[in-house]
Design a protein around this ligand. Structure first.
Ligand SMILES: Nc1ncnc2c1ncn2[C@@H]1O[C@H](COP(=O)(O)OP(=O)(O)O)[C@@H](O)[C@H]1O
Ligand SMILES: [Mg+2]
Length: 355
């Protein structure tokens, strides 16, 4: 299958003014403006196939929105090339707009003062959607949405979730082959997130629409995406199936142990001793001394285990050489926490702190 989107080594630099503080600083800025260059996207390449739902993930400021803006033609890349449906988006914005739908969770393309249905009619004219197509799409959307009244409300009256539902509907109205959704579930409650996911899923299935989705919510990814592209600081860190994600970054488990009776908190000294003892025991057995992450949680000792390197059973055996284990539990670490690990560099704290 031919890819519908081809992104080759795109970069985007922003020149931003360095502002100085205070009155003197402001006056200085008037005469001597200093600039610095922000590398928002730093050599991203990817190919996306028709009908895929791709999760485009990364921490805040990673460059996700900037990439989406380049793919939708809002911004021109500093270098590199993009084709969307065979079109260079920033050179043919109008033509590109016919093929794509866009939703930025933070903004709306609907008119605040008008009922949503009126905005839809405007879109119908703008995109020259035929009566038949328009009617069919409205029926499908209403079918998914379950109620028609929402479209009669003015956008101003809507909750954030309702507004985003309408925005997503609007983005699919002209049967685009690709829809870009930038943080569509941000700030929504669990029930509304579920409805939005359902809608995206059905629309993708019914129309084979390609969906590029940026989100912070791994629930969105688990519910919708087969594939994840993860970026950080403008670079692609990962581009593969969700299935491989955990294998790729190691199979992490958190082992929680109760090693001391009648204490309320494990002390720093105790922790360090355990870490040392454990590493020594492992070294004896494997002739390698890996660095093991050991943390405390109240009276429990938590050990982060990368099962690709050492098995949980081996760790337990090593601990038992020196300590009595009163109680233990083993938790798998979710995809979300694995991704947090990637974002966080190597701070394992966050991984351990979430069950
Ligand atoms: N118009 C702009 N001018 C200057 N810097 C920008 C602009 N847009 C984005 N940036 C910077 O580029 C980086 C990536 O931003 P963005 O693409 O919005 O990240 P994300 O969507 O992943 O949170 C950030 O450091 C951001 O501050
Ligand atoms: Mg963003």
């Amino acid at each position: 299958m031919e890819p519908i989107i081809v992104v080759k080594d795109i970069r985007k630099e922003f020149k931003v003014a360095n502002r100085h503080e205070g009155l003197c600083g402001s006056i200085r800025d008037l005469f001597f403006r200093e600039y610095k260059v922000v590398q928002a996207v730093n050599g991203v390449s990817m190919e996306i196939l028709p009908g895929e739902i791709v999760g485009y993930l990364g921490p805040n400021g990673a460059g996700k929105s900037t990439t989406i803006k380049m793919m939708t033609g809002i911004l021109e890349p500093t270098s590199g090339s993009i084709t969307v449906n065979g079109i260079v988006p920033y050179k043919n914005r109008v033509k590109n707009a016919q093929n794509i739908g866009v939703v930025f969770g933070q903004r709306t393309q609907l008119r605040w003062a008008l009922p949503a249905i009126e905005s839809f009619k405007l879109l119908k004219d703008m995109y020259r959607i035929s009566d038949k197509e328009y009617k069919e799409n409205l029926e499908l959307l209403n079918c998914i949405l379950g109620k028609e009244e929402l479209l009669q409300c003015t956008v101003r009256q809507m909750s954030l979730g309702q507004r985003i539902l309408c925005d997503i509907m609007a983005s699919f109205l002209h049967n685009p082959s690709i829809v870009f959704l930038d943080e569509p579930t941000i700030g929504l409650d669990v029930a509304m997130k579920a409805r939005i996911r359902e809608m995206i899923k059905v629309l993708n299935k019914e129309k084979n629409t390609t969906v590029i989705l940026t989100t912070h919510d791994m629930g969105d990814v688990d519910a919708l995406c087969q594939r994840a592209v993860i970026i950080d600081k403008g670079n692609v860190l990962y581009d593969d199936s969700i299935e491989n994600l955990r294998r790729y970054f190691g199979a992490y488990r958190a082992l929680r142990l109760n090693l001391f009776k009648d204490i309320s908190k494990v002390t720093q000294e105790q922790l360090e001793k355990i870490k040392n003892d454990l590493e020594e025991e492992i070294a004896k057995k494997t002739f390698q001394r890996p660095s093991i992450t050991v943390e405390s949680k109240e009276k429990e000792v938590c050990i982060l285990i990368d099962e690709d390197k050492i098995s949980t059973m081996e760790i337990i055996n090593c601990i038992q050489e020196k300590y009595r284990i009163y109680d233990l539990s083993i938790n798998d670490i979710s995809t979300e926490n694995v991704i947090k690990k990637i974002y966080a560099g190597e701070t394992n704290e966050e991984i351990l702190s979430i069950d």
